[in-house]
Write a new protein. Structure first.
Length: 174
């Protein structure tokens, strides 16, 4: 037995095991890792997705694009479908559903001549009071601008009158 220098250990493997025991394999290009997430057609679908397709089929039958028998067969297939791939052939020969358009902002109704006259009378009375308040403030001994409060309420009442008169869906009873 030979002695080893201090601090070294003897290997229990034979010297020939340092070489690879497997024959050299041909080099293959490294493939990118496959995603563990399935693609869309193999995903399981929800009840809401089934119902969306069922509504689309009902609409197509109502428009006359499908016969009642075809619509019934496809409805049964929709509710039996489990993946998105099962639903795709059911609507492949139908036109794409219409893209919903956002609702237009409601417009205010136009003022009738009578409503315009009443609003002008209201604004005229408000302007007359505002003028009186300003004259009184200029002529008075108070150093701060006290007409600010009354002027605010005069303007607010005129704006409120305009908004009330031009609201949509107003029904008038005369």
């Amino acid at each position: 037995m030979t002695s080893l220098p201090a601090g070294s250990t003897q290997s229990t493997q034979p010297a020939e095991s340092a070489q690879p025991t497997h024959p050299a394999e041909p080099a293959q290009p490294i493939q990118p890792a496959q995603s563990t997430r399935p693609t869309r057609p193999t995903l399981r679908i929800s009840d809401a997705e089934r119902e969306t397709v069922a509504v689309r089929l009902r609409d197509a039958a109502a428009e006359g694009r499908l016969t009642l028998e075809e619509a019934d067969e496809r409805q049964q297939a929709v509710y039996a479908a489990r993946t998105a791939a099962d639903l795709e052939p059911l609507t492949a020969d139908l036109p794409a559903p219409p893209v919903p358009t956002p609702p237009a902002a409601p417009r205010r109704a136009a003022l009738t001549p009578e409503a315009r006259r009443r609003l002008l009378v209201h604004a005229g009375i408000g302007a007359a009071f505002a003028l009186l308040f300003l004259i009184r403030w200029v002529a008075g001994p108070v150093p701060f601008f006290w007409p600010a409060g009354p002027l605010f309420w005069i303007v607010a009442s005129i704006v409120g009158h305009y908004l009330w008169t031009t609201r949509r869906g107003r029904t008038t009873t005369s």
